[in-house]
Design a protein around this ligand. Structure first.
Ligand SMILES: O=C(CCC1CCCC1)NO
Ligand SMILES: [Zn+2]
Length: 370
């Protein structure tokens, strides 16, 4: 059993501009700054830790190929695709669609390479070339909707990969498990009326987008019941996430029996992340990966593909990612997370009553999955 790994130098060259989160503006006195929260250095540092720890020697490198227009148009409308290409041709590039998701000149090439990396990982896992895979792709995708990009996402990498698995590889049931701390609104928008893709999102309640991700959003028509949202109160750690996975995510996967599990793997639920208020540590993410691997072994012949989404702490994302990819590969490099003594002592891992109550309400929705 071997683990596929995707990285491309261009994923480290996305141009997130000179703002910290918003573009700099003299009018609003938002100063320019060296690193935008989504600066690609964070994900490049994860790649470098995978290399420096020696883990990379246990992984099978898979080469990303750019997604084609046809790949993108399975989930996005042509107007979105055409606008991204047009803005990418501008000297200073453009924006994915919400005004806070900049990309540089030629950025469409990197966005297509991210989507293509997701496709290649799914292709290799379904073909049995590797037993599971981690695609360290960038820019992320899970906020991108059919008609627009948003939340730093240009094309919905996970949705493009899921649609490829269904329409090209002929799979009948694909599950997307989104443990990024923000709501997986993109797959919900794209697959909301389909039972062929079960979309499960565990996220901080009303963090981003602040107006979606509620339990009541369950899909429509054929898709009713196949959108499953698990909003968590702020401040949750591994107690909340483990309980959410044990009582909602894993039972939903056992009921649905997907032929492939795609993970929208963001590390912005970590205690060090600037864009959310959860308290996960690297060992907590390792535990979620283990739970999904055990469930995949039961239901999807072990087929599990992790796609990088968010994660904004250049200090801590490397250790969260290393833990997950070590677990996928069944390898221990002996690289202890040096931050555990400090960050592990900050509390937040106990499951609190209000977290349990919120998760129990989502658990009731699993009954409608068949
Ligand atoms: O990591 C992300 C991006 C969230 C930010 C997008 C704008 C403000 C919050 N989504 O998963
Ligand atoms: Zn996120």
């Amino acid at each position: 059993s071997n683990t596929g790994y995707i990285w491309n130098t261009l994923y480290g060259w996305t141009d997130t501009g000179s703002g910290g989160l918003l573009p700099p503006s003299v009018e609003s006195l938002t100063q320019p700054i060296g690193h935008h929260v989504a600066h690609p250095d964070t994900k490049r540092r994860l790649h470098e830790l995978i290399s420096a720890s020696g883990l990379i020697d246990s992984l099978e490198q898979i080469d990303a190929q750019p997604a084609t227009e046809a790949d993108v148009l399975r989930v996005h409308d042509k107007a979105h695709y055409d606008r991204i290409l047009a803005e990418s041709a501008l000297p200073k590039g453009g924006d994915a669609g919400d005004g806070v998701s900049p990309f540089g000149h030629g950025g469409h090439q990197i966005a297509l390479l991210a989507a293509g990396g997701a496709i290649e990982a799914v292709r290799a896992v379904v073909a049995g070339q590797v037993s599971n895979a981690y695609a360290l792709i960038n820019p992320p995708g899970h906020h991108a909707e059919r008609s627009t990009g948003r939340g730093f996402c240009t094309f919905n990498n996970g949705a493009i990969a899921a649609a490829y698995a269904v329409e090209v590889l002929g799979l009948k049931r694909v599950a997307i498990v989104d443990w990024d701390v923000h709501h997986g609104n993109g797959a919900q928008d794209i697959f909301g009326d389909s039972a062929e893709v079960l979309n499960i999102s565990v996220h901080q309640d009303r963090c981003f987008p602040s107006d979606s991700g509620f339990r009541e959003e369950r899909g429509a028509g054929e898709g009713h019941g196949y959108t499953l949202n698990v909003p968590l109160p702020p401040g949750g750690g591994s107690g909340a996430y483990d309980y959410a996975f044990d009582t909602v995510v894993l039972p939903a996967l056992r009921a649905y029996k997907p032929e492939l599990i795609i993970v929208a793997s963001g590390f912005d639920a970590s205690i060090m992340d600037p864009l959310a208020r959860m308290m996960m540590r690297s060992e907590g993410f390792r535990g979620l990966a283990r739970k999904l691997m055990d469930c995949a072994a039961e239901v999807s012949q072990g087929r599990l593909v992790c796609l990088q989404e968010g994660g904004y702490s250049p200090i801590y994302v490397p250790f969260c990612g290393l833990a997950v990819i070590e677990e996928l590969a069944g390898v221990s490099t002996g690289t202890a997370d040096a931050y555990t003594p400090i960050l592990g002592a900050m509390g937040g891992d106990a499951l609190l009553d209000h977290e349990r109550d919120a998760i129990d309400l989502a658990a009731a929705l699993v009954a409608d999955i068949r």
